[in-house]
Write a protein that binds this ligand. Sequence first.
Ligand SMILES: [Zn+2]
Length: 214
Amino acid sequence: MRPSIAIIITLLFIVFSALPRLFNPDQPVLSNWRGSVDQALKVNSINNAAQEALVGVVQPQGRGFDAAMIPSGNPLRVANTVMTQGYGVGTHAPAQVWGAVDLALDGDGDGKADPAGTQNQPVYATHAGRVTLTYDSWPAGNHIWVTNELYRTGYSHLSGFAVSDGQWVNPGDLIGYIGSTGMSSGPHLDYQVWVWRDGRWINQNPLDYGVFAR
Ligand SMILES: [Zn+2]
């Protein structure tokens, strides 16, 4: 009888040690729908140092630069944009790898993201560059890179594309539509900014590039 009791105890131990995983699954929540502009401004003030570091990059010595090349403004181009997940937190950590902000629309004016009012809304390039499309990737879903010599921006979870692979776009050009493809809990845009420095792409806080500038 002793061995069977030991087996039962072992099985119980296995079941109970697995329980926390059932209630706390590994898959992180991409968008918690509690974002607000206040939160965005708070994050922005923390990242002033990043902005100072940027100054040396946008004016490389010995050549001119075109302001259209630098990411600027809100890729959704509407005032009722809210941030549903901030930079460097949750699935956006560590920031060097996954740094991004999640953006959605507040269709009914209650200060919170509105999934129905967000789905299929237009997404615009924030700077000039060449487009690279990836269909149905993980975790980014339908994804666009806009890339030039110094900057690239990433647009994830799109429902569809409005550009073709290899196309050159200018700031403000329509590139796609907000969706919930890939690892996403609801319609939103995951927006990334990267700068080319010291021979590699370095992640930047998009809030330092005027997403919520007024
Ligand atoms: Zn995201």
